[in-house]
Design a protein around this ligand. Sequence first.
Ligand code: MLT
Length: 205
Amino acid sequence: MRPEPDFIHEFVPGSSKRTLLLLHGTGGNERDLIPLGHDLDPNASLLSPRGQVLENGMPRFFRRLAEGVFDLEDLKKRTHELGDFLIVATRHYKIDIKNLIAVGYSNGANIAASMLLLRPEILAGAILFRAMVPLIPESRPDLASVRVWIGAGSIDPIVPTSEAKQLSELLRGAGADVTIHFFQGGHELTRDDVDVAREWLSTLK
Ligand code: MLT
């Protein structure tokens, strides 16, 4: 039996208490980030949903009006849908929610950031590769026990460095412990990103 509410997803059981929630970029699917998850933590369980919005046939986690311009009502709705799925999935797969860490790339990083801001009780931490400020929440969430790592590109044409810094300040302002790392490069995920993120992850309990 699969968890309801349902998202098409992969679940790979691991040998530790940690679960990585893998959130793909635009045009990706639930299988894309499985190798990345194993690379970041070979012992963790992996939960990898597929975004339910299609943009010209490409799966995403929420609608956008243009590149970097989000449909905020849809973003809020989709964030809650994903949050509800995660609650059900953690029960279904016996995932320890206190050890649920999101790993998102691009569109997936943006919905992970939105999850931190709108459903702060769900994630214990997040690795955000090339994330933007998804929205400004109406009330400040309590992220006091949450740890976040942001990997930004110094010449990212989609996410200016000022926006990556703004995201880190927004999360810090809510109490999160945020590490931001700038890489020489653009929007693409690099080997350096993965190596530095893995090192950071190994410092979490
Ligand atoms: C987004 O739509 O989330 C961002 O523009 C990144 C992307 O997916 O291209």
